[in-house]
Ligand binder design. Structure first.
Ligand SMILES: [Zn+2]
Length: 69
């Protein structure tokens, strides 16, 4: 499930009150995420988990940045 901005079409993996474009209208879309590129951080700033992994994914043609937990 992703949340797609009605105004600019930007996709998010988590619900948001406001898109970066300023719109607050979102629609939910079902879809499988296809990971395009993943990067793992083994050294993180204090206050963050010891390791973080981010993936660039494509869901229904929408490019999103996903943080893996
Ligand atoms: Zn937007």
């Amino acid at each position: 499930m992703i949340y797609v901005c009605n105004s600019c079409g930007k996709g998010y993996f988590e619900p948001r009150g406001l898109c970066s474009c300023g719109s607050d209208g979102f629609r939910e879309e079902k879809g499988d995420s296809v990971k395009v590129y993943c990067v793992k951080l083994y050294v993180t700033p204090s206050g963050f988990p010891d390791q973080l992994e981010f993936c660039l994914s494509v869901v229904n043609g929408v490019k999103v940045l996903e943080q893996r937990k």
